[in-house]
Design a protein around this ligand. Structure first.
Ligand code: TYD
Length: 213
């Protein structure tokens, strides 16, 4: 079996976890061994970096350090988890990946998309998800859904303007890369979202594998 790499993106509160679970069940039925992972994190080192990045006491963290820490956690995840899993023909579903850095650091923090790609080339070494699913949610709704949470992390304490730029950033990326990034409204019922994801995977990826045989 050929490895499959899918990332799930969207603003805070868009419902990525639910869709990842539904996708896991679908791909298991298709015969895949599944690896679910997340960013920042997914490895012992990455989870330690996550504790630093999201710690709300570190409000003095500068944007450059933030960008590099996300990239460092990603480098470890790619080497330790993603590449070996793809090499073994598994399906990897990643809760956030490079697009998060492009949108949060490149666009919302205004560091520039090209800077983010350049820094991340060290982490990615050419690797990209075959499909990126973007669950589209307005910033207001995203923050409303997160409000019930007991404690907000350092990124979640950013204001509405920041989260608006995140949502707009994702939409712009999805427009630029229509073939690889699938934009779906996060306000749809979860079964409808899942159905759209399945169609995209079958049309854009699995059919090509079959054609190759
Ligand atoms: P997490 O709680 O995992 O996100 P979610 O909102 O999906 O539950 O927190 C990760 C936070 O880090 C989230 O606010 C997005 C942000 N982030 C970046 O700013 N850049 C990145 O490259 C990644 C992977 C995440």
């Amino acid at each position: 079996m050929q490895g499959l790499f899918i990332s799930m993106e969207g603003p805070d509160g868009a419902g990525k976890s639910t869709q990842i679970e539904m996708l896991r069940d679908y791909l298991t039925d298709k015969g895949y061994e599944i690896v679910i992972t997340r960013e920042p994190g997914g490895t012992v080192i990455g989870e330690a970096i996550r504790q630093v990045i999201l710690n709300k006491d570190y409000s003095e963290m500068c944007s450059n350090a933030e960008l590099l820490l996300y990239a460092a956690a990603r480098a470890q995840l790619v080497q330790e988890v993603i590449r070996p899993a793809l090499g073994a023909g598994k399906a990897v579903i990643c809760d956030r990946f490079i697009e998060s850095s492009v949108v949060y650091q490149g666009i919302a923090r205004d560091m520039g998309i090209e800077t983010v790609y350049a820094v991340n080339e060290y982490a990615l070494e050419g690797l990209r998800p075959q499909l990126t699913i973007f669950l589209d949610l307005d910033a207001e709704e995203g923050l409303r859904r997160k409000k019930h949470q007991a404690e907000l992390d350092r990124m979640e304490t950013e204001g509405l303007d920041f989260h608006r730029r995140v949502a707009e950033g994702y939409r712009m990326l999805a427009e630029r890369e229509k073939e690889r990034i699938l934009r779906i409204s996060a306000t749809l019922p979860k079964e409808d979202i899942h159905a759209k994801i399945v169609i995209a995977i079958e049309e854009r990826i699995l059919s090509r594998y079959i054609n190759k045989i």
